[in-house]
Each structure stands twice: as C-alpha cells, then as structure tokens.
Ligand binder design. Structure first.
Ligand code: BG6
Length: 286
C-alpha cells in the first residue's frame, strides 16, 4: 500500500494517495462519501486506482502515443515541500509534485514539474489546482492534454442527469470519436456513455435525484468535459471494477483535450476544478 495523506476541515475529509497523486475519498459535512472507489481497485502499478480523481497527463485517452490517459496516474508522486500559496481562503490543503523520470523520458522526452494542490474550502468544496511548468533546458516547447478524471458516487445511475452540456458538440468515443451534437436538455444514462464534450461552460451540474444531492463543478482553463459510464458489458470486462458498480458511479471531469496546451521553457499553465456538493433544494439555474 502506498502512502496516503489526509486532511480534514472539521468534518469534511479527503484522502489522497501519493500513487497517482489521486484523491480517493472525499466525505462531506455529514460524513457521506462523494467519490466512487471500486471495491476491486488495485493500488499498485501498472494499474491506476479505479475511482476517485485521476490526474490524466500528458495525454487523455488514447489520443496520442503514450499509455491510455498518460503516465501521471501511474506514478508515485512526492509531497511538494515548496508549494505555491493556495488560491482559496483555505489553509486546509495537500500539495504534491511529480517530475519526469528517466523511464518516462524515453517516451516523452521533456523535463516538467506538475504540482497538484488539493484543498478543502471552509464550506467543504473540493478544489484541485494543477500547475504544469516546462523545465526543458534544451529550449524545446512541449504539448499536452489533461483531465481530472472524476468518479462521482451516485445512488442510481438511471436517476442521474448532467446539466450544462446541452447543444454542445462532443466526440463520441463509442463511434470512433465522431463529432456529434447534444440534443437533450440534459445528459441521462440508459447505456454506455463515453464522450468528450467540447468548449463547455465553466459550470456543469450533476444531479443525483435519489440521493437528493447535486454536485456543482466549476472549472478554469479546462474547456472540455469527460462523461463516462461503462454500463454492464464493459463493467464485466474490467478486472478492477465490480460487475454491478456501474450503477453507482459516474465520471464527469474537467479536461483540456480538443486544443492541447503548448508551453515553452519557463512557462506555466494552471487548470482548476472545484466541486461543491449542494443540497437537493438547489436550482442549477442552467
Ligand atoms: C474514459 C475513456 O475517459 O475512461 C474510456 O473515454 C475508458 O474509453 C475510461 O474506458 C476508463 O479508462 P481506464 O484506462 O481507466 O480504464
């Protein structure tokens, strides 16, 4: 088992693994788990931990030459000893860092720093800020895509709707990534869904009717949104996922994929995802 770090802001608590720099648990004020973590998750290489919030860098999906979703989720991160100041009022945060390894240089020959700050706001919001810096000494720029692959815990996937994605174009990974346009006023789930919504608004709302709770996801510098549920057939095919677990999870995460980021040496990029759990009486206003 790899080292974990926990932080607590009175009641809300977070658990983060150094393996993958991955948040695996986030409990709200009432002690309820907000994130899905598979009972069959593996916590050691070469598999990423199935659940929580995976950091996908420098590649999302198989849109490139690297391993699926990039290598960051399969590496052992370190505690960041010189973290930047949090950009929230919270003094409750964990700071991690990942740098290139000799092994990764063979497939992605770049020197970088990926800093991840995981913070709990005073009212219990979960805020992830990633800062990626090009440290190449040879003057070369690099390009990457990125995502917070976020596994929410839901009570019954057939009762969940995602708002804020209506009329947007998306790449449908189930149909060779063809570009489609969302026709519904919300995304609902009756079968496998594997999409990248493009240029989404900064606020996306996931409503879990049965559990009477809503996740409001806000994002910066991350225009796209991953939406994924494997449904029954794919669930059975995944060794680190329970056959019935697709019913109680949904991935909705902020991403940057259609327009990759290019950084020159010395340049830094920041991407932020903030999730607020709000009571069911909340109106999304979307
Ligand atoms: C999604 C991909 O983002 O992640 C899916 O679009 C993939 O195709 C899913 O199945 C899970 O990926 P992995 O590598 O964690 O099994």
């Amino acid at each position: 088992m790899y080292n974990t770090k926990s932080i607590s802001n009175s009641f809300p608590t977070i658990r983060v693994y150094l393996y993958g720099g991955q948040v695996t648990s986030w409990k709200n004020n009432s002690g309820e788990q907000q994130l899905f973590l598979s009972k069959k998750a593996s916590f050691k290489p070469p598999k990423a931990i199935r659940g929580g919030i995976q950091i996908c860098f420098p590649q999302l999906g198989n849109h490139g030459v690297l391993e699926q979703h990039g290598f960051a989720r399969n590496r052992l991160w370190s505690v960041d000893e010189s973290p930047p100041l949090p950009d929230t009022t919270s003094d409750c945060h964990i700071d991690l860092i990942l740098k290139q390894s000799e092994e990764d240089m063979k497939t992605w020959p770049h020197s970088y720093e990926l800093r991840l700050q995981v913070a709990l706001s005073p009212r219990g919001d979960l805020i992830l800020t990633s800062r990626i810096k090009n440290k190449n000494a040879d003057g070369k720029p690099f390009q990457f895509t990125f995502a917070y692959h976020t596994y929410f815990s839901v009570s019954d996937i057939s009762e969940v709707r995602v708002e804020g994605l209506d009329t947007l174009d998306y790449h449908d990974n189930l149909q060779s990534k063809i570009r489609c346009t969302e026709q519904g006023d919300a995304v609902v789930f009756e079968s496998e869904v594997d999409r990248i919504y493009l240029s989404a608004p900064p606020k996306i709302v996931t409503i879990d009717h049965e559990k009477k709770r809503t996740f409001v996801l806000r994002k910066k510098e991350l225009p796209d949104v991953v939406v994924w549920n494997p449904w029954d057939r794919k669930a059975k095919a995944m060794p680190d996922f329970g056959a019935e677990e697709y019913k109680c999870m949904l991935c909705v995460g902020a991403a940057r994929i259609e327009k990759p980021i290019t950084l020159r040496p010395g340049e830094e990029w920041q991407g932020r995802q903030e999730i607020s759990p709000v009571p069911s009486s909340y109106s999304s206003g979307l």
